[in-house]
Design a protein around this ligand. Sequence first.
Ligand SMILES: [Fe+2]
Ligand SMILES: [Fe+2]
Length: 261
Amino acid sequence: MFIADIVGQPGRRAVKELLPGLRQKHGLDLVIANGENAAGGSGITVKTAEEIFSAGVDVMTCGDHLWDQKEVIELLEKEKRFVRPANYPAGTPGQGSTLFSKNGFAPVGILNLQGRTFMAALENPFPCALAEIDRLKQSAKIIFVDFHAEATSEKVALARYLDGKVSAVIGTHTHVQTADEQIFPGGTAFLCDGGFTGPHESVIGREIEPIIKRFITNIPQKFEVAKGRVLLQGAVVEIDGASGKALAIQRVSEPLIEPAV
Ligand SMILES: [Fe+2]
Ligand SMILES: [Fe+2]
């Protein structure tokens, strides 16, 4: 399973409360989550990462909010389960991909990439993806890609480019779940954007009013993480361990039912 961008405390709470049930319901072997908004909506800290790992997430990816919390450096330097976009310039701390293995299961390569359209000018993710996949293929038949990008065209193009080379490409960053889940002819599962895990009575996870005000006035506002209607979003992908090809992909948008106060 892939869990799309976990936003702040409500997002972490959703993972904690809903993941055990989802693990059981879908028979999940591996859970990957994007954690770029885990700490107060901006970036990730050691403590928030630990909270998410202990809730049952096996590997975490990131994105353009990577540097928002300065202690991320500790995760980048020490945490084997934490992956940042691979197309940051050479010499950037941390890893762009990792291998996940556990007893009785085929090893899985997890690759994180960031888009360049309407985003910071990182290295080109297309050749970077090929190089990383070649390396991962030496140890794993199953490869999962979190492509953190703004433009739908860039996401579809990269996923089509990687069709047959990886098991799944799921997009993140826009925080709006798309309804285009499919398996390409080469056997790669695809979803343009997984959405986000957090409060949906919001503008992509933040309080509504300050965002509207910012669009009207252009005056910077404090964007607090919203509270209401928490959903855990992402997708479950079924992969054939022998071939590494995807067999099925299903979107997930699971409400967190909170006790009435
Ligand atoms: Fe995000
Ligand atoms: Fe992002």
